[in-house]
Write a protein that binds this ligand. Structure first.
Ligand code: MEV
Length: 310
C-alpha cells in the first residue's frame, strides 16, 4: 500500500483576472488535505485499475468510467507518463477533507494526491513542473479555461505570486498573517462562473479589461505589502479587490453578508476567495480577534470556518 497527500489552497488576490493574464497571489491550505492510496489487487488482470472515492460513493473500473471523469483522466495521464499501463492491477482510493465547489482547490488537490501516490507506488519520480502540467490537463475538465494557479500552488505547496504562462514566483512574507476562511454553504461552480464571465467579457471587453487591470495592480501592491508585513494595507487591498470582484458580478448577497460581519467585528479586510457566487470568503484578522470573529461568522450563517496562519 502506498499513500500520498495534497493540500487545499486559497486565493488571496487576483482570482478571475488571473485567467486574463493578471498576477494573483495564492497559498496552500495545509490543514485540509486529500489522501490517495494505492492498493494492489492480486486477483484482477494486469493493467486493470479500480477507482474508489468513498466520500462521493464512487466506485468503478477505470476502463468503464466516463472518459471525461477527472479521476480516470489523471490516472490515465500519470500511468502513461510513467509507462505503467500494464502493471499488476491496482485500486486508487481517494478521500478528501476539502469541501467540493468551495474555492479551496479540491479538484486540483485530488489530482495531485493521485499523481504523487502513483509515482511513489511505481517508484517513478516526476518533476514538479511535469506533475503540474498533468494536473492542469484535468483542471480543464473542471474549469474550462483554467489559469493554472490551482495546480501550481498545490503542486509546489508554497505561497505563490502567479502570472499565467510564467514560472511561479515564491512569495516573500514578513511576520505572520492570520486568516479566517468561512464557507457560505452555497456552491461555487468554477467552470460555470468563469464561463459566464468570459461571455460578459466578450460582449464588453474594454470595461472588463479595465477591471482586470485594476485587480492586477491591487495584486502587485499586495505583493509588496505582504513582503513588508503591512497588515493594514493588505486588509485595505483585500477590500479593494472585493469591490472589483463585485463589479465583475461574481459576488453575492450571502458573500457580502459574511464580509460585513467580519469587517464589523474588526477584521483588517475581507473578500471572496476563488470563483465566488458561493464558496468561501477570506478575512485577515488580528490573532487575538480570531475566536470572536469566527463566532460572529458562524452566527451570521457560515457553515464551516477555519483559521490559518501564514
Ligand atoms: C479558481 O480557483 C480561480 C479562478 O481565477 C479560475 C482560474 O484561475 O482558473 C476563478
Amino acid at each position: 500500500m502506498t499513500r500520498a497527500t495534497a493540500p487545499g489552497k486559497f486565493i488571496l488576490f487576483g482570482e478571475h483576472a488571473v485567467v486574463y493574464g493578471q498576477p494573483a497571489i495564492a497559498f496552500p491550505l495545509r490543514q485540509l488535505r486529500v489522501t490517495a492510496q494505492i492498493n494492489i489487487i492480486p486477483d484482477a488482470p494486469r493493467g486493470h485499475v479500480r477507482l474508489h472515492a468513498p466520500d462521493i460513493h464512487y466506485h468503478a473500473w477505470l476502463h468503464e468510467a466516463d472518459e471525461e471523469n477527472p479521476l480516470r483522466k489523471i490516472v490515465e495521464l500519470t500511468l502513461d507518463e510513467i509507462h505503467a499501463q500494464s502493471s499488476p492491477a491496482i485500486e486508487v482510493r481517494v478521500s478528501s477533507e476539502i469541501l467540493v465547489a468551495s474555492g479551496l482547490g479540491s479538484g486540483a488537490a485530488v489530482s495531485t494526491a493521485i499523481v504523487r501516490a502513483l509515482c511513489q507506488h511505481f517508484e517513478q519520480p516526476l518533476e514538479l513542473e511535469r506533475q503540474s502540467e498533468l494536473v492542469y490537463e484535468v483542471e480543464k475538465i473542471h474549469h474550462g479555461t483554467p489559469s493554472g494557479i490551482d495546480n501550481t500552488v498545490i503542486i509546489y505547496d508554497q505561497p505563490v505570486y502567479f502570472i499565467r504562462g510564467h514560472q511561479p514566483e515564491r512569495l516573500s512574507i514578513s511576520g505572520e498573517l492570520t486568516f479566517i476562511l468561512a464557507d457560505t454553504g452555497l456552491p461555487s461552480n468554477t467552470g460555470q462562473i468563469v464561463g459566464n464571465l468570459r461571455n460578459a467579457w466578450e460582449q464588453n471587453r474594454p470595461t472588463f479589461d479595465t477591471i482586470f487591470n485594476h485587480i492586477g495592480q491591487v495584486a502587485e501592491r499586495a505583493k509588496s505589502a505582504i513582503a513588508a508585513g503591512d497588515v493594514k494595507s493588505i486588509g485595505i487591498l483585500m477590500d479593494e479587490n472585493q469591490q472589483l470582484l463585485e463589479q465583475l458580478g461574481v459576488s453575492s448577497e450571502t458573500i457580502s453578508g459574511l464580509l460585513t460581519t467580519a469587517r464589523d467585528h474588526g477584521a483588517y479586510g475581507a473578500k471572496l476567495s476563488g470563483a465566488g457566487v458561493g464558496g468561501i470568503i477570506i478575512t485577515l484578522v488580528q490573532p487575538t480577534a480570531s475566536t470572536r470573529i469566527v463566532n460572529a461568522l458562524r452566527e451570521a450563517g457560515a457553515v464551516w470556518t477555519g483559521v490559518t496562519k501564514v
